[in-house]
Design a protein around this ligand. Structure first.
Ligand code: T46
Length: 150
């Protein structure tokens, strides 16, 4: 099964509801599985950058910031970790534990990644080039803007 995040009705900036786990199309044959992410289908943005993380020691906490414009899809290509999201009004925890799953995230959401199992490899497909000015590093500043709908 695949689900689409394409379409204006799904995109509500600054709300946690549009942060959701998407089940990616998986093509299985005798050689194994192949999962696909295509702009305009599973994600509603063009991928401008990809990065991946591995070698996280036990107890690692990553993230601790929000984004002003960036959208992203997060995939645990191997292993498992949790993503705690906070839109300034409520919080939610998503578990990524299979390479068929992607967590789609909107802008204006504070995120923390925790509980990486040993050997985890995470992949991030994102909508913007790297730009430090897109980051909220200060939680109080994020909260003020998120609550005022900035
Ligand atoms: C996000 C979460 C989920 C670069 O030079 N280019 C890049 O594209 C990225 C992503 C990072 N960096 C540098 C900036 C820092 O000196 O790599 C270093 C580590 O980045 P950061 O502390 O931002 O890593 P995380 O895990 O806290 O956050 C990252 C992304 O930055 C962020 O966009 O949403 O993963």
């Amino acid at each position: 099964m695949s689900s689409s995040v394409n379409g204006d009705a799904d995109v509500v900036v600054g709300r946690i509801e549009p942060c959701r786990v998407v089940e990616l199309p998986e093509i299985v044959d005798a050689r194994g599985s192949l999962c696909v992410v295509e702009s305009g289908k599973e994600i509603d943005f063009d991928v401008k950058r990809a990065y991946y993380m591995f070698g996280m020691p036990p107890g690692t906490r990553r993230g601790g910031h929000g984004h002003r414009r960036l959208r992203q899809l997060i995939i645990a290509v191997h292993g498992r970790f949790e993503v705690k999201v906070d839109d300034g009004f409520s919080t939610r925890t998503f578990v990524l534990d299979h390479p068929r799953l992607g967590l789609y995230m909107t802008p204006m959401v504070w995120r923390d990644m925790v509980d990486f199992t040993p050997g985890t490899v995470g992949l991030w497909l994102v909508s913007e080039p790297y730009d430090e000015s897109d980051y909220y590093r200060d939680y109080d500043e994020f909260l003020r803007d998120a609550r005022s709908g900035a």
